[in-house]
Design a protein around this ligand. Sequence first.
Ligand code: NAP
Ligand code: ZN
Ligand code: ZN
Length: 345
Amino acid sequence: MTRAYAASAPAARLAPIDVPRRALGPRDVELAIDWCGVCHSDLHQVRDEWGGAVFPMVPGHEIVGRVTRAGAAVKGFREGDLAGVGCLVDSCRTCEPCRHDLQQFCATGPAWTYNSTEMDRKTPTYGGYSKAIVVDEAFALRIAPGQDLSRVAPLLCAGITTWSPLRHWKVGKGSRVGVVGLGGLGHMAVKLAAALGAEVTLLSHSASKEADARRLGAHEFVATSAPGAFRRVAGRFDLLLDTVSAEHDLNRYLGAVKVDGAMVLVGVPPQPAPLNAFSLIGGRKTLAGSLIGGIAETQEMLDFCAERKIAADVEVIPVQAIDAAYDRMVKGDVRYRFVIDLATL
Ligand code: NAP
Ligand code: ZN
Ligand code: ZN
């Protein structure tokens, strides 16, 4: 059993619980968890905003810790190594997406780190708001030493979720990238797009975030509530990355996309959004979505960030402060990722 923090029902405050972790298999590593980032997806799921949530739920998929034990057949990790776990803990490994390192799109559905089951479709999975986790080494990420690990943890979801579309849509020097929303995902999108050489504009519904946006690497800031804001950026972006967690009008933002450009949704508001065909046809625009990234791509992103000294801006919290952190997150009051110090559990 492992000490963890769980929600017992959608409206419940989180509380301590003991959850089972499987016995170490030959290909498994056991991690002692030091840090776990708090993603808005944790909040959506804990409050059952997407439907189908399973309780008790131990959220957390931005996990960084140390290897405490490695199974006999483990090749890539040794006791004492740093390691990370993101949103995925297993997949079928044989379907076409899995063979192409797109485990997040596994045809049978991957095993998510929490609010899911192992591939046996019976054993519940529990996330990183806990002291330890056991995971197949194929789903553990290598973390380079010498980094502030509390700031590395958010890369396991916020980092890869923004990195993957930036790479897929081939962002590089001279690309014009717009990022919608400056939260956990948004602030990583700004850092990563700027590091890839793009000209980055942050579109925010919080006028107060301009100085931060520029400090994080944005070249321009648009307060979307200001009069004429959307006119200023009409037809501007090759790629517009939408990280917003709440209802908003996609049609207005599509106006900011260039001819043949793309708007990519990574934010997942609970409500469906109306789409006007005119928003796409005048400019042959693409509206697309993207879901985290595969394991190899996650490793690529972690290595890039370690080399370029890129990490999240975080506010470390004790696990007991999680409900208050969720409330602040709903108000957009996160600068820019809460990270739980598991020493407090
Ligand atoms: P977050 O830190 O709470 O950031 C969300 C941001 O959205 C806020 O900071 C705010 O930025 C903006 N926003 C909030 N309410 C808004 C509104 N009513 N109108 C316009 N903008 C609003 O959340 P996060 O952890 O970055 O996650 C963002 C979303 O991505 C969530 O829905 C989450 O579930 C989803 N997600 C998806 C994936 C994936 O793989 N696709 C992975 C992780 C998370 P401003 O104040 O700057 O406007
Ligand atoms: Zn996440
Ligand atoms: Zn598969």
